[in-house]
Design a protein around this ligand. Structure first.
Ligand SMILES: Nc1ncnc2c1ncn2[C@@H]1O[C@H](COP(=O)(O)OP(=O)(O)OP(=O)(O)O)[C@@H](O)[C@H]1O
Ligand SMILES: [Mg+2]
Length: 499
């Protein structure tokens, strides 16, 4: 496709000459002596470059350039000027022109400057906008959202085809967020990310066939923990300015990630204290509750014997309510003391099936579909079956409880032989969660259900963590929830555990 160039000069002779020369150079030229007509043309088409005369009546070239930039902020503009007005031309560059051309045009200079402007088409000129994006990022507490916003922001401000945010986890690069079109190939992006992390500075890999790749390290706390990588379309070459811009962006991302870490740390500290208090209170309640149950049973029997069925019925209600309370107290006390794991060889698929059957019997939402996609290569794992059953059961019940008629629960496993880990995904098409719910889901006693205790998720995560695994949640309001559990098949030897 031909590149589109806009030419504006109030000198009709120059318009004519440039139109001829540029057309001969293979461009699609729109040339006009009228600034107003130029603005209309910019409204109607996307140009690749504009050549604008500095001195024009009634609108001067700089005002026209600014009007053009409000419509196409990244359009490179070459300001044309006669010899006497170089200073003004320099001013034009400071106000956003890519470069200036002096009249009369020297053929080589014209060609070279046009080529340069087209090749290093600037991705973004507005740093203010970047800073605003950064501040918005820092105000959100959820890491996944923060990184999504970073990726989206990077694509929008740089006009790159795609952006991937990588984080290093357990020595491996994991794509945490992305925006733009899916990458045709991952290895090039990953090696760019690694190079940026090793150098501690942004790096560029100029494109040959494909576009260029630029990676900037994400420096959180002690050193780089990931990288922000963008890939451009063919023919768009990043320059030093762009590198600086990307570094700025990744530092915004890093500070948002840092804030999120910090918030998580504070929250889990507060939670641990709350958990200790809850366990102590529960412990204090245990004995009086046992006493209360005994008295209620006694009363029930006496009223039954003395021929007062109504009274006996009431006493029976007291007993069952006390039983419920005792069960809650039991759960809280168990929660306060994480169990010693009793690992035995466990068939995960059998365990999952068992949980699904039990959960389906418990929540009777009609007309739901349960899909299973198990990886047959997955061997037995050394796990505490009892604890894991509790965790998985809660996740499956949560999924089913979120579903309405016609909803679907999908359970899948994938075995990764080289790391000896299994990834289980429990996904529902239910009501999903708001940001507020998502940010509190692991808080003890946080529940949105009338009968819920709000212990399930906290328990599930603690069981998975005790096994050296990891539980993550993605949820979209009105769309559904996906819980991903990564579990090592056997205990990770001391010293090799978590980087
Ligand atoms: N799959 C899901 N879809 C939508 N919301 C969910 C899902 N899983 C959890 N939640 C939300 O997280 C909250 C906490 O879940 P959690 O399992 O900890 O407690 P609960 O299910 O409310 O009670 P219980 O302790 O009985 O499990 C739920 O009340 C619900 O609002
Ligand atoms: Mg639950």
């Amino acid at each position: 496709m031909k590149r589109k160039i806009l030419v504006v000069d109030d000198d009709a002779a120059i318009v004519e000459v440039l139109e001829m020369r540029l057309t001969a150079m293979g461009f699609d030229v729109t040339a006009t002596p009228d600034p107003q007509a130029a603005v209309t043309a910019v409204d109607a088409h996307r140009f690749d470059l504009a050549l604008i005369d500095l001195r024009m009546e009634p609108t001067d070239g700089i005002a026209l350039m600014e009007a053009v930039h409000t419509r196409q902020p990244r359009l490179p503009v070459l300001i044309m000027t006669a010899h006497g007005t170089i200073e003004t031309a320099v001013d034009a560059v400071q106000r956003g022109a890519f470069d200036y051309l002096t009249k009369p045009f020297l053929r080589d200079e014209l060609r070279a400057k046009i080529a340069r402007a087209l090749a290093s088409r600037r991705w973004a000129r507005d740093r203010e906008r970047l800073l605003t994006v950064g501040q918005t990022l820092a105000s959100s507490g959820i890491m996944a959202r923060v990184l999504d916003a970073v990726a989206q922001g990077a694509v929008e401000t740089t006009e790159a085809d795609r952006c991937i945010v990588f984080q290093q986890e357990h020595g491996k690069l994991v794509p945490m967020a992305s925006a733009g079109t899916p990458p045709p190939s991952w290895p090039a992006l990953e090696s760019a990310a690694l190079a940026a992390m090793t150098n501690g500075l942004p790096v560029t890999f100029p494109g040959s066939e494909a576009g260029s790749i630029v990676a900037a390290p994400l420096v959180v706390q002690k050193g780089p923990t990931g990288a922000l990588v963008i890939e451009t379309a063919r023919g768009i070459e990043p320059n030093d300015d762009d590198l600086e811009l990307l570094a700025l962006f990744s530092s915004q991302a890093a500070s948002a990630v840092r804030t999120t870490h910090e918030l998580e740390r504070l929250r889990s500290g507060a939670l641990a204290a709350l958990g200790r208090m809850a366990t102590e209170v529960a412990h204090e309640l245990k004995n009086p509750l046992a006493g209360l149950r005994l008295y209620a049973r006694h009363l029930e029997q006496r009223l039954g014997k003395s021929g007062d069925p109504e009274g006996a019925g009431l006493a029976q209600k007291i007993t069952s309510t006390v039983d419920h309370l005792a069960a809650v107290v039991q759960e809280i006390t168990a929660f306060g003391r994480p169990p010693e794991l009793h690992r035995v060889p466990t068939a995960l698929h059998g365990l999952l099936d068992e949980c699904v059957a039990f959960a389906q019997a418990k929540c009777e939402t009609p007309d739901i579909e349960v899909f299973r996609s198990y990886d047959d290569a997955c061997p037995d794992a050394l796990l505490d079956t009892r604890e894991l059953r509790k965790a998985l059961l809660n996740l499956v019940i949560n999924g089913l409880e979120a579903l309405r008629e016609g909803g679907r629960l999908t359970i899948s496993t994938i075995y990764t032989a080289d790391t000896r880990t299994v990834t289980m995904v429990i996904e529902d098409t239910g009501h999903g969660m708001s940001e507020e719910t998502l940010s509190r889901i692991f808080d003890l006693f946080f529940t949105t259900k009338p009968q819920g205790t709000g212990l399930g998720m906290a328990l599930a995560r603690s069981v998975i963590n005790l096994h050296g695994g990891e539980l993550t949640i993605h949820s979209a309001l009105g769309k559904g929830t996906r819980v991903t559990i990564r579990l090592p098949l056997e205990p990770i030897p001391e010293g090799r555990a978590r980087a």
